[in-house]
Write a protein that binds this ligand. Structure first.
Ligand code: FAD
Length: 259
């Protein structure tokens, strides 16, 4: 059965800015979507003149102001078109979609791990958990580092890493993750980023005996579970099953993903 708790609307754009080369932030006024959105969900955006929507994770949910913020990288024609929108124009959005992260209201400490364009959705969790969260933000290089001020302001403890050592610690995200899990009792590891990173993060969490949830990206068609484009292989109750990233995910328990 399809979850019908999503809506489609023309959302006015309040703000559009470039954060780094090819990386943009857009703030949308969509109170009815913001009212129900939870961390880890995404919006499905129809660029004008296109037939297929583009999935983009929600990066900030402001229920008071009725806004959702998205951050995306221009990859092809669709994201290029979305980046060309300006304040005062509207965006055709469908959302909030997908199965979000499990929120643990009683958690004492959680670790958020973001890789590159996987960092923005971690901000929703940083803003929820505040000082109970350690946010490991990994990027290839200094030029694409974004959101460090926002992570600081969330109250979370941010740890910046770059693959080439041009900003923060010269390390892969799994290095500080191992240290933190050895040092501090942690209730959950949440991760979003490239698949190889998720695989290693999941292995580190498993070794430390800490539950882990990962947000997966697959090419997507409809976004609501009606087509089969974003199928992914999962293991549930010891049996292989096919899931849909759009509906069963994008967030999955790491142990059910067949890496
Ligand atoms: C659940 C989810 C959340 C995402 N969140 C973000 C985010 O927060 N920020 C961000 O920059 N990117 C995100 N992506 C990736 C983003 O959707 C693609 O980069 C974008 O669709 C590319 O569209 P395009 O027209 O520019 O590129 P093209 O390559 O021209 O796209 C052609 C088609 O392929 C699909 N496609 C291409 N790459 C991807 C991809 N990696 N994942 C899914 N579909 C793809 C497009 O939707 C489109 O239908 C997310 C993907 C998923 C599945």
């Amino acid at each position: 059965m399809l979850d019908m708790a999503y809506q489609q609307m023309q959302a006015p754009i309040l703000k559009q800015e470039a954060l780094a080369a090819h990386i943009f932030r857009i703030v949308l006024h969509c109170p009815s979507l913001a009212a129900t959105a939870v961390p880890g969900q995404f919006v499905h955006i129809l660029p004008l003149g296109f037939t297929l929507r583009r999935p983009i994770s929600i990066c900030e949910i402001n229920k008071e102001n009725g806004t959702l913020t998205i951050i995306f990288e221009v990859k092809g024609n669709g994201t290029q078109k979305i980046a060309s929108l300006r304040p005062g124009e509207t965006m055709d959005v469908l959302g909030p979609l997908g199965h979000g992260f499990t929120i643990l209201p009683e958690a004492k400490h959680v670790v958020l791990v973001g890789g590159g364009i996987g960092n923005p959705p971690m901000l929703t969790l940083a803003q929820y958990y505040g000082e109970r969260a350690t946010a490991i933000c990994g990027y290839r290089t200094a030029g694409i580092v974004t959101l460090q001020k926002e992570f600081q302001e969330s109250g979370a403890n941010p740890i910046l890493c770059t693959d080439d050592g041009t900003a923060g610690r010269h390390a892969l995200v799994t290095e500080p993750l191992k240290e933190i899990l050895a040092d501090k009792k942690t209730d959950m590891v949440y991760a979003c980023g490239p698949r190889p990173m998720l695989k290693f993060v999941a292995a580190v969490a498993k070794k430390a005996g800490v539950p882990c949830e990962v947000s997966m990206e697959e090419r997507m068609g409809c976004g609501i579970g009606a087509c089969l484009v974003c199928a992914c292989e999962l293991e549930r109750e010891g049996k292989p099953v096919m899931g849909h990233v759009c509906k069963d995910g994008p967030v999955f328990r790491a142990e059910e993903v067949i890496w």
